[in-house]
Ligand binder design. Sequence first.
Ligand code: PMP
Length: 401
Amino acid sequence: MNYAANRLSLVSTSAAAVVSQNARALKAAGHDIVDLGLGQPDFDTPSHIIEAAHAAALRGETRYTPTAGTIELRNAVCQKFARDNGLTFEPEQIIVSTGAKQVIFNAFMATLEPQQDVLLCAPYFGVYEGIVTVLGGRARALPCAAADGFRLTPEALRQAISPNTRWLLLNSPSNPAGAVYSREQLVALGEVLAEHPHVLIMSDEIYEHILFDGRSFHSFASACPSLADRVLTVNGVSKAYAMTGWRIGYAGGAEPLIRAMTKVQSQITSGTCSVSQAAAVAALNGPQEEVARYNAAYERRRNVIVERVRRIDGLTLDPPQGAFYAFIGCAALVGRTTPEGTLINTDADLVDYFLHHVGVAAVPGSAYELSPFFRLSTATSEASINKAMDRIEEAVAKLQG
Ligand code: PMP
């Protein structure tokens, strides 16, 4: 019996999820595995947020909510956009969904015609491609070189846009490279986009608060206000407040776009979890000290990993500017041979070798459409990062050729 529809053959299960599944299976079989595959904060959700959810449940906020989100949360999101990003939205321009992932799904479901192009800056979060493809669109990877800080250049954007382009997706700070765009860099991209009024821009700003070396964050819509009615600004509480399991993402954009996305959501999930929405109100309106504390921890870990990679011949890493990943270049190791005599042909081979030879779980660059690299998550303790790097150092030293 074939259960899956044809469209499912176009996509595969998220690579990071597969890596983590494999790591878990090896752990369960008694192997000692350091899992730097999955990107989620290792911190617990701050207690005032949990208490707000508890209080909401006790108050009876246990029923269906308005499809686009509770008015309390949409108001809190409007205030957040105004406070942090200088963006002005009315609640009608806001949608709250089950994670930023559903926001992205809703947006493409609502707007993409079959075979229209979505431009993605590689390396990119693989879910973008999965959603676009399953909906019948075409994901087009625009390679962004390490030498350009893994950022899209205006020239590359100009060349990539065609009459068939529906969306450009930007992600700053980025998963997996930690690339951060300055205001000037966003303005330069905006100048190209101003020449192409048929292109919508999705700005995924979910790592907004995880920024290093004293950098400040610039939201695309505030850097390019003349394009604002074509920009969907996507964000959420998962990363900033260590709330991945609560599943709250949100977006601000033109009212007709938000209305179309809300129509999609009305046919899928309806309004997202009532108690999680109350928690998200507390996260956005409450004290923000924890956010800064997490950021300081991620920066220390970033420094540890950069220092460790520097000491390993054959690996390259410019300091990530934000987010909690290291996207490590491994071109010099391709063509070498493992102690068992297996040739390392690709980054996926190298990641496989790390997992089975020294018990370190990483995600290959191929999962992000840029090779040869591998991604390690730094959303874990310094001790785990050091343990993983000890093992990677040992594994690399054993490669021959
Ligand atoms: N965007 C990016 C770039 C991400 O890395 C992630 C999570 N890995 C998401 C969106 C989705 O976040 P969530 O659905 O938890 O809000």
